[in-house]
Design a protein. Structure first.
Length: 400
């Protein structure tokens, strides 16, 4: 599909409205990774309360995913992105200025709500703007630049926090969100189709109708996505905890293993996009998560820095080959009318899976150890492979 200006689509046309803001936002999020736990701890909360603070943004995302999709269809992609960017920017600024744990909880919840709106609006915009034959490479690149930003952000955040105080990274992140607001304001063009732009009253019944119409795709592909996001979320915890608690590696060594795994993951996105558009989505999804799950299954067999590094590299290779696959699949499955609503549910499903990974690791590790947690996550990965191989049809074809 062409954009609202009826100009031919090129991936270069997404640099200013999408790719550069995505890079900046991931840098901003990465800036907070090494700082936020220490910042939250400075308020002297209990461990359980600190965990609640760190997880509250995720709660806000889960709460807002579906309402965000409805709002996007009512107000448009650009307006929703502007609102989301403003909410995230001001709430992040509020976190940096907070004086109590209660304020942290409130601002983090609001940040999650704004993040859901911003993220789903961008996702819907990309689904509208990118033709299906270019979608794999475009969304893989979107995932790739985001991973590059997340890879670079922690070093920047550590530098800012060390030299300017623990609050400074939050101010930097809020400033980045302000820049993204301006990019959205000047470079995003509304992509809603004329049939949608006209007066249309969206309410719960119409949203339920969309779910009824597409429930089979949401059940099958959605279950596959839950498995995928569970596996992805568990990777960081398994590598770090298994390296430190089982093998006995120091913090710096474990961090190096995870950084090398993430680097391999980061550079594979052009290959993922090419495979999806040239051969089909399943040709990327099935090998990707088979390799990823195999790397996870290797973890209980490791007993040294080198063997854990090899397992981490295998996982990074597998996940890198899957860059953008879940976003592309959701965009392929989304209906032309009600795209935002469908993608909000798709996003919610993925967020549930992302929240499930750490829980699975913790629950199984408490009972049977981290080795069995890794085996369970590998099993979840192989289940994703089976679902996308046998239950989900190839989606790289134009929707009727």
């Amino acid at each position: 599909m062409q954009n609202s200006q009826e100009q031919p689509f090129t991936r270069r046309s997404l640099i200013l409205p999408i790719y550069f803001p995505a890079f900046l936002l991931s840098v901003g999020g990465g800036i907070l990774i090494p700082i936020f736990p220490e910042y939250a701890k400075s308020f002297n909360p209990s461990y359980s309360l600190m965990g609640l603070v760190l997880g509250m943004q995720g709660v806000g995302v889960l709460i807002a995913d579906v309402p965000a999709g409805i709002l996007i269809e009512r107000t448009g992609r650009k307006s929703s992105m502007l609102i989301g960017a403003a909410v995230v920017g001001f709430s992040t600024l509020g976190v940096g200025l907070a004086h109590s744990v209660l304020e942290l909880l409130i601002y983090q919840l609001i940040a999650g709500i704004g993040s859901a709106l911003w993220t789903i609006a961008r996702y819907t915009y990309l689904t509208d703007a990118v033709p299906i034959e270019e979608r794999g490479r475009s969304l893989a690149m979107f995932g790739g630049v985001s991973r590059i930003g997340t890879f670079l952000g922690p070093a920047i955040g550590g530098f800012i926090g060390k030299h300017y105080g623990l609050s400074a990274p939050f101010f930097a992140c809020a400033a980045i969100m302000g820049v993204n607001f301006l990019f959205c304001l000047f470079f995003i063009h509304e992509t809603r189709r004329p049939s949608v732009v006209g007066p249309r009253r969206l309410h719960l019944k119409q949203f339920v109708d969309i779910l009824k119409t597409h429930y089979r795709a949401l059940l099958t592909a959605g279950m596959g996505q839950i498995c995928v996001q569970t596996l992805r979320a568990g990777r960081r915890i398994i590598i770090i905890l298994y390296g430190r608690d089982v093998i006995g590696l120091d913090r710096q060594t474990v961090g190096l293993i995870f950084s090398l795994s993430s680097f391999i993951d980061m550079v594979m996105f052009p290959v993922a996009g090419f495979i999806m558009d040239r051969f089909g989505r399943r040709y990327a999804i099935v090998p990707c998560f088979f390799i990823f799950a195999t790397g996870m299954a290797m973890v209980p067999l490791t007993g040294s820095y080198l063997t854990l590094l090899i397992a981490g590299i295998v996982m990074g290779l597998g996940n890198g080959l899957g860059s953008g696959t879940m976003m592309t699949t959701g965009a392929d499955l989304a209906p032309r009318d009600g795209t935002g609503e469908f993608l909000s549910v798709w996003r919610l499903i993925g967020d549930v899976g992302h929240a499930t990974g750490p829980w699975i690791v913790g629950e199984i590790a408490d009972v049977s150890g981290l080795g069995l947690s890794a085996v369970a996550l590998a099993g979840v990965g192989y289940m994703a492979v089976a679902i996308f191989l046998w239950l989900v049809p190839e989606t790289s074809r134009p929707r009727k």
